[in-house]
Design a binder for this molecule. Structure first.
Ligand code: ZN
Ligand code: ZN
Length: 604
């Protein structure tokens, strides 16, 4: 059967060129695959096959299909017309076509062809299933995927490693991690790809603890891993609550890269920069950045953001200038880093300038996050009215986060009216958090309006908001210790309380004065005010860290809430009196306490 009607086939061009295929058809496969690098080649080969009547050989037809469907970028229609003229296409022919459709991103066609294959009673094999499952995950066609899974079980191919991997990938990428994990756990032999699919699934769903846990299992079993593994694991290390575990795991990954002399690709380097800065080790981020032979906008952005969130605003801006000198064009995320750097460094005019430069020089429309950064810049600098005005003139609707930022600065700068206005707007736009009420209540009590403070507090309770209990984590020798405010449940509580009392005594003689305004509001029970504030979870954790680690060791704490004013003040003095660096990661940012001051410059 001739195929002369096909648009790719133009018989007038063909006959002369075919003479170069001298050994044809002894080794048709190599020849077709070697020859057909372009559609033009395909035309020539095709014409020759017609002329020599070789097209009717199934082997040759299949090789032609493979060239057209998979190797050539734009010959899928041609492949389909060849396929349609096969007498009885077998599973191999279907497989080539299904793979071809997936390569050409026509996943839907791949699934349709698979259905057709089933209807024609052609048995799918161990190559068909992985391809069609891949199409399902690309389309998010989960129920189709589940039906195929059932067929795989029936066909007895369920313990084929490659099929298992694609099943894990399909379930994990659609968010059904339980089923993915079931398939994973049943595997008798796990390839690095199986681990990677599982890890990527957890990472995509932000189950960071699961990522780290599974990766550590991988290490325990001595499994080899690759760059793809690390790209899932490093972001998780920057985000799990347990800071010590995160650091240990992430550092191990870095060590492995060095040991195996792996290439520090842009993606890997950027992931390392992000990891180190999210664990508060921004110096290591800079080191990695300097070692990278190639950097892109994401690498620069990760470093700028990392420096800004670790309180090194000025340095972040230096790198931003350097980035521009290197002709790397910043993107919208870079500007979030730049603006928050201005905020940390207290650079209001610079902030304004960069904000305008976004749209003027780079054609980037500011998003709500950028507006939020500007409100933070004004708020930090005490320009509360200006911040308020800025929000009112925003061309897009402000969200609760923007108002929350303003409320927090009203609390610091004791601006009651705008603070009240901010809470009203938060309530209008969002479910208010307990923290919002607490901010306003603290604002009242800081100016002596205790009745109002109590009223807001009661309003919070009426609305069913309870302050989440403060909780701090510290890891010592591989064991994680969790502390809650007024925590008496800990088996070592005598030891902890003695250490805390001792620590508080020492910092008092160095000038610490307890801030009972915070205590009054934070204490849920009727404890003595001063006792209560000295038993906030991070104080207990720091005191425990002090007695359990060698002098001079850095103490790392992570906390679920914002650090309160009193703990912040106390920690600064502790860092000086005990000559310790103390790193606290709270809900919003890092605090690096050293020699009596904090990297956040007392604004958080
Ligand atoms: Zn506190
Ligand atoms: Zn701080």
């Amino acid at each position: 059967m001739a195929l002369t009607t096909h648009p790719f086939f133009s018989p007038s061009k063909t006959p002369t060129a075919i003479t170069t295929i001298s050994e044809f058809p002894q080794n048709p496969k190599t020849l077709i695959l070697q020859k057909c690098k372009t559609t033009k080649d395909l035309n020539q080969v095709h014409a020759h096959l017609i002329k020599t009547r070789l097209l009717h050989s199934p082997l040759i037809a299949e090789n032609l299909l493979e060239s057209a469907a998979i190797i050539l970028p734009d010959a899928m229609d041609y492949a389909l017309s060849v396929f349609r003229q096969l007498d009885k296409p077998d599973s191999a022919a279907y497989n080539v076509m299904i793979r071809g459709f997936i390569y050409k991103k026509s996943n839907h066609e791949a699934i349709l062809l698979f259905r057709e294959m089933s209807e024609s009673l052609v048995q799918p094999d161990e190559f068909t299933f992985p391809s069609v499952l891949k199409a399902c995950s690309k389309l998010g066609a989960q129920s189709e995927g589940e039906q195929i899974h059932a067929r795989i079980i029936k066909s007895g191919l369920v313990s084929d490693g490659y099929i298992e991997n694609t099943l894990i990938h399909m379930y994990a990428s659609s968010g059904d991690l339980e089923v993915a994990r079931k398939v994973f756990d049943k595997m008798s032999h796990r390839h690095v790809m199986s681990w990677n699919s599982m890890l990527a699934g957890y990472a995509k769903n932000e189950l960071w603890d699961e990522v780290v846990k599974l990766f550590r299992k991988m290490l325990e079993l001595g499994c080899e891993f690759d760059e793809v593994t690390m790209i899932s694991v490093l972001p998780a290390c920057g985000r799990v609550a347990d800071l010590e575990l995160a650091l240990e795991t992430g550092k191990w990954v870095h060590f492995y890269i060095k040991k195996k002399k792996m290439k520090l690709t842009v993606t890997l380097g950027t992931a390392l920069i992000d990891f180190y800065s999210k664990c508060g080790l921004v110096e290591s981020s800079i080191e990695v950045f300097n070692k990278m032979s190639m950097r892109n906008v994401f690498s620069w952005t990760a470093l700028i953001q990392g420096l800004a969130s670790n309180g090194q605003g000025k340095k972040a801006l230096e790198y931003f200038k350097l980035m521009k000198q290197n002709n790397v064009v910043p993107n919208d995320v870079t500007f979030i880093g730049v603006l928050s750097a201005c905020s940390h460094a207290g650079l209001v005019d610079e902030g304004r300038k960069y904000f305008l430069s976004m749209s003027n020089d780079y054609n980037i429309e500011p998003r709500i996050e950028h507006y939020g950064c500007m409100v933070d810049i004004f708020g930090r600098a005490g320009l509360i009215e200006e911040a308020y005005e800025f929000i009112q003139n925003m061309p897009i609707q402000p969200n609760a986060v923007v108002w929350r930022t303003l409320l927090a600065s009203c609390r610091v700068h004791k601006k009651v009216e705008i603070g009240e206005e901010s809470l009203k707007n938060i309530i209008k736009l969002d479910q208010p958090h307990s923290g919002d009420y607490i901010l306003l209540s603290k604002l009242y009590s800081s100016i002596g309006r205790d009745d109002d403070a109590l009223r807001v507090r009661n309003q919070m309770k009426e609305n069913g908001k309870r302050k989440a209990p403060g909780c701090s984590l510290i890891e010592l020798d591989g064991v994680m210790y969790e502390f809650f405010a007024e925590d008496k449940g800990n088996p070592n509580s005598m030891e902890i309380y003695n250490a805390t009392e001792d620590m508080m005594r020492k910092i008092k003689s160095a000038g610490y004065v307890p801030n009972t305004a915070d205590a009054r509001l934070d204490a849920e029970e009727d404890y003595h005010k001063e006792a209560s504030v000295s038993h906030h979870s991070e104080k207990l954790a720091i005191a425990y860290g002090l007695i359990k680690t060698a002098p001079g060791t850095t103490i790392r704490i992570s906390k679920n809430l914002r650090v309160c004013t009193d703990c912040h003040n106390a920690t600064k003095i502790i860092s000086k009196v005990f000559k310790r660096e103390i790193v606290v990661r709270d809900r919003n940012r890092f605090h690096h306490f050293k020699e009596g001051s904090c990297s956040c410059n007392d604004y958080w």
